[in-house]
Design a binder for this molecule. Structure first.
Ligand code: F6R
Length: 610
């Protein structure tokens, strides 16, 4: 949550900072602010609301000629979005931006109030800035003061700091929140994420925890707590700035849904060799998978919903018991973990605080961990014992789409590899399914995408509903959980997902005249049962939209008011098509309502706080 950017060098910093904040807005966008140094003086400008409001307040010529500054785009944790709570937070000696949560901020505030500090905001960050100010006045050395501050803080942080005494030097340090630094031809940058530095360089350093970066404008120096110079590994971005742009689509979400065929190819192709799943590039010896007795899939939100699909697949094909856990619960509820268990963490960003904490919990219990992550080199990827990368490329829209689809495909591969190691399927069966994943799924999604206009028309029939239910059985019920989340997060329509047999145990009381019920029916063995569920809701006046194939609709005489017909395909890969249709449905509902599809209210792309 929250995006940080900083630049010091030879160019005007304000346009660079604004551009960077625009790129980082996916991390939070309820307020923004900038501190820039001009003629040796620090100036701060902040604004509640979108970046455009801040940009309007940063009028030239006052910002012209300012060549160092820090900026922040906020996702509120402590204190409502407002000018006063926006970052940077400044004191007599410094200005600071922060991503993370300082857990002991109240104690710090009390202590500093006794020293005469007065706080203007409700934020934890202002307390941290004040504590740094206090130490800096005492030791008169920015490096020593920053390390003293960090020793006192509980919680997570990535800081970008400007001292009034050295307005052209940026200091940066982090714990449990991401931060990268980069050197360009004409200056140095800090950023919460890679896309913001891509217009200037592809080379960057992912700052190690506890290492202080000092950016002079020409050079970057790294120091440990003892004040010794340390080195950091330079990394190079493998994707380009175009991949992170909208490419002609109205919204990133729509673009990213259209990228699914390619993302699926990139994720599956390198892992199929001679017809079988082969992880040897990434897991030189994956035979340990064969002796695993139980899997715990741990993740948040959409990634956790992919875990539910994974559970269906792994239990079905590899006959291995799987628990799916919400990461924020797993870390605190002392789960039963045994020596032959494997904890699988799924995360698009690889920076989700709860998922990272769950990973650390599993490791502290001596349990082996495997991460399924999209962002290369992210914290979850680095800390897990093993990692399998999804290849979705950058995902900018807050609502996750292509990342979910590739997570499901990777779990499919994992299920097949486990099935091979555990001898629960014949080689022929495994080869057949691998081939479907490799050759048929991307093409199936391409055909599904051709129906976007039909989905849009159906979306127009449900867009004004107050409540929408999703029902399905077997793997369809897992797909429903994600379909429902997608709809509610971007359309603000209340929605719930139910295994269709469960609806009659209470929730059906909410189904009245014209309440839309979206029924997923892709699994023939339970289709008759799904039809019963549809009849039950129709009898109570529901407006039913059924997502199925023409063949299943005919064979089971499915009653429905509206249809979203999936292309004919092998039933075992239909979930991929149903997923894309559900994502398109949520997208079109939101777009038709004129909402901010890519940046829904109250959310952020990367949830790096608890
Ligand atoms: C919803 C969504 C979130 C994320 C969740 C975990 O569309 O994107 O529910 O899935 O915050 O994020 P990652 O996968 O980055 O750990």
């Amino acid at each position: 949550m929250c995006g940080i950017i900083g630049y010091t060098g030879m160019r005007d910093c304000v346009p660079i900072l604004l551009e960077g904040l625009k790129t980082l807005e996916y991390r939070g966008y309820d307020s923004a602010g900038i501190t820039y140094a001009k003629d040796g003086v620090l100036h701060s400008v902040k604004a509640k609301g979108r970046l455009s409001i801040l940009a309007e307040r940063l009028t030239e010529p006052s910002v012209e000629g300012a060549t160092s500054g820090i900026g922040h785009t906020r996702w509120a944790t402590h204190g409502a979005p407002s000018d006063k709570n926006s970052h940077p937070h400044s004191t007599e000696t410094l200005s600071l931006v922060h991503n993370g949560i300082i857990e002991n901020y109240a104690q710090i505030g009390d202590r500093l109030s006794r020293e005469g500090y007065v706080f203007l905001s409700d934020t934890d960050t202002e307390r941290a800035a004040a504590l740094l100010d206090f130490y800096y006045k005492e030791v008169k050395d920015p490096k020593k003061a920053i390390f003293r501050l960090c020793r006192d803080l509980r919680g997570s942080y990535a800081f970008g700091i400007l001292f009034r005494s050295e307005p052209n030097t940026i200091y940066a340090i982090r714990r449990d929140s991401p931060l990268i630094v980069a050197n360009t031809e004409d200056g140095c940058l800090i950023s919460s994420d890679i896309p913001a530095i891509l217009p200037y360089t592809r080379h960057y350093y992912r700052l190690s925890e506890g290492v202080l970066a000092v950016l002079s404008g020409k050079e970057i120096y790294f120091f440990n707590e003892e004040g010794e110079s340390v080195s950091q590994t330079e990394e190079v971005v493998s994707w380009n700035v175009e991949e992170a742009k909208k490419g002609g689509y109205h919204h990133f979400m729509l673009k990213e849904i259209h990228e699914e065929p390619e993302a699926l190819r990139k994720t599956v192709e390198p892992r199929i060799r001679d017809g079988f799943v082969d992880f040897s590039h990434e897991l030189p010896d994956d035979t340990f998978l064969g002796s695993v007795k139980r899997l715990h899939i741990v993740a948040c939100g959409t990634a956790m919903h992919a875990g539910l699909v994974g559970k269906s697949l792994i239990e079905r094909y590899a006959r291995l018991p799987v628990n799916v856990e919400i990461a924020s619960e797993f870390r605190y509820r002392d789960p039963i973990l045994e020596k032959d268990d494997l904890v699988v963490l799924i995360s698009q960003s690889g920076e989700t605080a709860d998922t990272l904490a769950a990973l650390r919990h599993a490791k502290s219990k001596g349990i082996r961990t495997l991460a399924i992550v999209n962002v290369i080199g992210s914290s979850v990827a680095r800390e897990a014992d093993d990692v399998l990368y999804t290849r979705a490329g950058p995902e900018i829209a807050v609502a996750s789409t292509k990342a979910y689809s590739v997570q499901c495909s990777l779990l499919y591969l994992l299920a097949l590899r486990l099935a091979k190691l555990r001898n629960t399927m014949t080689d022929g069966q495994i080869a057949e399914l691998s081939d479907l994943l490799l050759h048929n799924v991307p093409e199936l999604i391409e055909r599904t995408l051709e129906q976007s206009e039909i989905v849009r028309r159906v979306a127009s029939t449900i867009k004004d509903a107050e409540h929408i239910f999703y029902i399905g059985r077997d793997i369809d019920s897992s797909l429903c959980t994600e379909a429902s989340l997608k709809l509610k997060e971007i359309s603000y329509i209340h929605s719930e997902a139910y295994a269709s047999g469960e609806l009659k145990h209470g929730t059906i009381s909410l189904v009245t005249d014209d309440v839309p019920v979206v029924a997923l029916a892709t699994v023939s063995k339970v289709c008759e049962k799904t039809v019963s569920g549809i009849r039950e809701v129709k009898a109570r006046g529901a407006y039913v939209v059924t997502v199925t194939t023409e063949a299943l609709a005919k064979q089971y005489e499915i009653p429905s008011d509206e249809w979203l017909i999936l292309p004919n395909a092998d039933e075992r890969i239909l979930p991929f098509s149903a997923t894309t249709v559900m994502q398109l449905l949520a997208y079109h509902v939101s777009a038709l309502k004129g909402l901010d599809v890519d940046k829904p209210r109250n959310l952020a792309k990367s949830v790096t706080v608890e």
